[in-house]
Design a binder for this molecule. Structure first.
Ligand SMILES: C[S@@+](CC[C@H](N)C(=O)[O-])C[C@H]1O[C@@H](n2cnc3c(N)ncnc32)[C@H](O)[C@@H]1O
Length: 218
């Protein structure tokens, strides 16, 4: 059983109101999100679950890119979910948000049977055992032929990016982000049973490089 605590969006609940501004400055958010939405390619009959959706920015972009797609977001933090709900409501978008841990994706998604699961900037925050259980649960939640898309701090290929990534480790701790920074995510995806594992793009940011991965449930 995993620890049912979670690291808040900016490492401290008191900083959550600053989350959107901080992310846009420190992660080149527009650049990686634009590439990520293109990679996910939301289509009218898609059922897409954003795991660890935070303030809902990605879920909103997906809904705007394809209004006919059904978009869901889950996150364990009730405060951040309220922010996501308010943002979607302000834009007149119907997105379904609910409380849930990534490690419980299969039960969160049991009623919706997504054909795409997406997650951004979550896996690096959780310990290695939770990375494994999150991927297993996402695998169980997906329909056959379904896709998992991940945007996160992945392998830090250069000394400059390894140095920049220390900013993230100052907030999230050293231990949890390190396996991702060492390039373990593709290996973990294959271990889980995913196929067609790909690292599509590596985007340098002031806080380390963000990699966009995809994988398929056979
Ligand atoms: C850095 S934020 C990323 C939010 C959003 N996905 C984005 O790209 O802006 C990390 C999010 O993961 C959530 N989180 C932390 N631990 C989690 C877990 N075990 N399962 C699901 N979400 C988790 C936090 O509440 C927070 O909203």
């Amino acid at each position: 059983m995993y620890n049912r605590s979670f690291v808040p969006a900016l490492g401290d609940h008191r900083l959550s109101p600053l989350y959107d501004t901080t992310m846009s400055l420190l992660t080149c958010e527009r650049t990686w999100q634009r590439a990520f939405v293109k990679q996910i390619d939301p289509l009218p009959r898609d059922v897409i679950l954003d795991v660890g959706c935070g303030t809902g920015t990605l879920a909103i972009l997906l809904k705007q890119a394809c209004p006919a797609a059904s978009i869901y977001g889950s996150d364990p933090d009730p405060d951040i979910l309220t922010r996501a709900e308010n943002k979607a409501r302000d834009k007149d978008l119907l997105i379904h948000f609910s409380k849930g841990y990534a490690q419980e994706t299969a039960s969160v998604a049991s009623a919706i049977r997504p054909n795409k699961i997406v997650t951004s900037l979550v896996l690096h925050q959780v310990p290695l055992s939770s990375k494994r259980s999150t991927l297993l649960s996402a695998y169980a939640a997906l329909r056959a032929g379904g896709e998992l898309h991940i945007a996160d701090y992945g392998q830090q290929y250069s000394p400059l990016m390894r140095m920049a990534h220390r900013h993230v480790q100052a907030i999230d701790g050293f231990e949890s982000p390190q396996p991702s920074a060492d390039g373990m995510l593709p290996e973990l995806l294959l271990e889980t049973g995913f196929i067609a594992v790909q690292e599509h793009t590596v985007i340098p940011t002031p806080t380390g490089s963000i990699s966009l991965y995809s994988a398929m449930r056979p």
